[in-house]
Ligand binder design. Sequence first.
Ligand SMILES: C=C(O[C@@H]1C=C(C(=O)O)C=C[C@H]1O)C(=O)O
Length: 89
Amino acid sequence: MNLEDYRNEIDRIDGELLSLLEERMRAVSGIVQIKKEAGLAILDKDREKAVFEKLEKQLGDSDFKDSILRTFEDILKQSRQYQEAKLEN
Ligand SMILES: C=C(O[C@@H]1C=C(C(=O)O)C=C[C@H]1O)C(=O)O
């Protein structure tokens, strides 16, 4: 594959990631409504530990481990920030 081929592949993958991230945020949006009604805390450390344990098990190429896990740390951080903003309103 040449440079353009790889970039086309990245564009396709970015499109898939975008849809999946939107889908994930829609689920987060449902969760924050439940938390709001039940008066539950946004941060759930046990759940986050379980999320990361699952991800580590599913990881295929260990060479990407640190980069991918850091990306998920950001995804969860954004998820919490979104929920905090929703709870403020
Ligand atoms: C979405 C939740 O809220 C927080 C964000 C999480 C996530 O984005 O995966 C996981 C746990 C919580 O700290 C949840 O409680 O499931």
